[in-house]
Write a protein that binds this ligand. Structure first.
Ligand code: SF4
Length: 384
């Protein structure tokens, strides 16, 4: 992209010239209708085409395509091997703080929850980073709740600055900011930005984000654009499956968003994550509307639509399921994750964001990958 976009103030809606605006222009209603009416012929065509569009993707999400899951899996496996080889990028989340002033129905850090709260100092962040580096990690994702005073811009810059000399790849999954703040974080050493829209359905979004800045749907939707404008090299997006009752609708939106980002920010690496709801403080029994079979269908369909996009699988998933779907398109795995601040350097009494399902150590996950014929990759590039 060569044109500079004014993204540093909060607009009404999303700014023109952004992937967010491109996404809002997509006929998602028409695509949803195509999912419902796709024929066997539509699925055959979608499977056969060398380059697929969103209509093909819609066909691959249909019940009709669900009967062709083995063909989809074979195509997804072949595509992934051709584009990525037998490699798996490993990373770990590092939780900075579970302080939050927002109220979200699906998150253990929600302001209404009576939980043990903790915010790491930059020195403690460095210690956690050293523990992760000793376990092999060279890519760390910094995560924090939304608290503009405790988890301030200056605090985040200090944490990134403390970590950057220890691990070469530092990504951020924190409250969304303006482009100027993202520039400061890039200057401090961050190179990746993860912003899950959580749900692309506006009424569900309003229902689950009850209080706080996160209620602003459009400001969040354009955050990846602001990050790219600020110089982030990697953008991660995703929907939290289980919030909205139509997983296919979420899948269409997240796929359309990824395509829009790839077109607008073609120098940037885009990844898509497929988290499913997990138990957490305040929400011990999540509904969960995406079962394993449909999850596999979605994973394969995404790989067939987006052959070069990284697909991320977290420790929200059980170990056996993670091992089974690795060949079908996954390129990025978190491993040995702690979702409470301070969890890598010792027992921490701080509340986790959600309960982890795959509790294996990074070494155990790496050993499973090697046995399956994959090379664990701990980093993709080195800052110069
Ligand atoms: S999802 Fe984010 S903003 Fe919402 S309660 Fe959790 S940490 Fe806070």
């Amino acid at each position: 992209m060569t044109t500079s976009i004014a993204l540093s103030t909060r607009p009404d809606g999303v700014p023109d010239g952004t992937a967010a605006a491109d996404l809002l222009a997509v006929d998602l209603d028409g695509l949803r209708a195509h999912v419902a009416t796709a024929t066997a012929g539509d699925v055959d065509r979608a499977l056969a085409r060398p380059r697929r569009d969103l209509a093909d993707f819609a066909a691959l999400l249909s019940d009709t395509a669900g009967e062709r899951l083995e063909d989809m899996a074979a195509g997804a496996r072949d595509t992934t091997l051709r584009r990525f080889g037998r490699t798996m990028h490993l990373f770990a989340p590092l939780y900075l703080s579970n302080e939050c002033v927002s109220v979200c129905t699906y998150c253990g850090f929600s302001a209404g929850n009576d939980i043990a709260r903790r915010t790491l100092t930059p020195d403690e962040v460095a210690a956690e980073g050293r523990a992760l580096a000793a376990a092999g990690f060279r890519h760390v994702l910094l995560v924090a709740g939304e608290h503009a005073r405790i988890v301030s811009k200056a605090y985040l810059r200090d944490c990134v600055g403390a970590l950057a000399p220890i691990v070469p790849q530092v990504s951020l999954e924190v409250q969304v900011w303006d482009a100027t703040t993202y520039r400061g974080l890039v200057d401090a050493g961050a190179d990746g930005l993860v912003v899950y829209q959580e749900t692309y359905d506006r009424s569900t979004y309003a229902a689950v984000h009850r209080l706080g800045k996160k209620r602003n749907y459009d400001w969040r939707l354009a955050a990846p654009d602001r990050g790219a404008e600020a110089g982030m090299r990697r953008l991660g997006i995703g929907a939290l499956f289980g919030l909205h009752d139509d997983w296919r609708s979420e899948a269409l939106a997240v796929a359309a968003h990824a395509r829009a980002l790839l077109r607008r920010w073609w120098r940037v690496e885009v990844t898509v994550s497929l988290p499913r709801l997990r138990p957490c403080a305040g929400a011990p029994t999540p509904a969960g509307t995406l079962d394993d079979r449909h999850f596999v269908q979605l994973l394969c369909a995404l790989r067939l639509l987006l052959p070069d996009v990284g697909l991320v699988l977290s420790t929200r998933e059980e170990s056996a399921f993670r091992d089974a779907v690795i060949p079908l398109g996954v390129t990025h795995l978190s491993a040995g994750s702690h979702t409470e601040p301070g969890g890598y350097t010792g027992p921490s009494d701080a509340e986790p964001q959600f309960s982890v399902a795959d509790e294996r150590t990074p070494a155990e996950v790496a050993a499973v990958l090697r046995t399956a014929g994959y090379d664990p990759v701990w980093k993709d590039w080195q800052r110069s």
